[in-house]
Design a protein around this ligand. Structure first.
Ligand code: PGA
Length: 253
């Protein structure tokens, strides 16, 4: 089963547009449910009314969660709040949140709180840029270590990693990553995990690819890149292109 996660980021702007996009995405999820599991990670303000309308087949996810249960945190939302609206997944450590100051320690705390509430954490990791000497590998390694060393082994199979090279994300991306770059990094990620725990555990963790994924390149990150699924930003806001992507994935799953 391929995991296809849509990261809506701070869009759509209006509640009516959000509901309409959720309904269209639900149709896509229904059509391809045999081979693809679709999760829409939507702005938290839209979660209550969308989760009321969209109940089956399309999974609703959050985009961030507080790293603590302390109530005095103006503007933040807790894992418990997400759980109370039936949220099944939540992105943590997205590069845009890390850019705003989210630390590795907070990513770990948020992950643990989500696991406590039975919400699947989608933990984003990835380097800002690549260098010929391979120093970027140590950035990714320390992001993985801070998570894997902090989670009980039995819980590790419940987490999802999303490898998102920051240089390949969004409309200002330097370029798209190649499936080979994706494959090499995914091998590296599993190796780092297996060095901490063991190969068997490392192989149970789903690893997604994200960064300028579209209906043309999506399957290559699965087939040649070795990813277990995709984390998709811009294309998840365009129902037609998202459907096309789902369709191509269903053909290779
Ligand atoms: P993009 O965003 O698909 O628009 O590059 C991906 C992400 O930031 O998760």
């Amino acid at each position: 089963m391929i995991l296809l996660i849509g990261n809506w980021k701070m869009a759509p702007k209006k509640s009516t547009e959000a509901l309409s996009l959720a309904k269209k995405t639900l149709e896509i999820a229904r059509k391809y449910k045999k081979s693809i599991k679709i999760v829409s990670c939507i702005p938290s303000i839209h979660i209550p009314f969308i989760s009321k309308t969209i109940k089956n087949t399309l999974y609703i996810g959050g985009q961030s969660v507080s790293a603590s249960t302390e109530e005095a945190q103006t503007g933040l939302i807790s894992a418990e709040m997400l759980a109370s609206y039936g949220t099944s997944h939540c992105i943590v450590g997205h590069s845009e949140s890390r850019e705003r100051g989210e630390t590795d320690e907070q990513v770990l705390s948020s992950t643990l709180l989500l696991l406590q509430k039975k919400i699947t954490p989608i933990i984003c990791i990835g380097e800002k840029q690549r260098d010929a000497q391979g120093w970027y590998l140590s950035t990714v390694k320390s992001q993985i270590e801070s998570i894997v060393l902090g989670i009980p082994k039995a819980q590790l199979k419940k987490i999802v990693f999303a490898y998102e090279p920051i240089w390949a994300i969004g409309k200002n991306a330097a370029r798209e990553a190649t499936p080979v770059e994706c494959r090499e990094m995914l091998i590296f990620i599993r190796k780092v995990i297996s060095d901490i725990v063991d190969i068997k555990t490392a192989n149970t963790i789903s690893i997604l690819y994200g960064g300028s994924v579209n209906e043309q390149n999506g399957t290559s990150f699965i087939l040649e890149g070795g990813a277990n699924g995709l984390l998709v930003g811009r294309i998840s806001l365009d129902a037609k292109r998202f459907e096309q992507l789902a369709k191509t994935l269903s053909l290779v799953s």
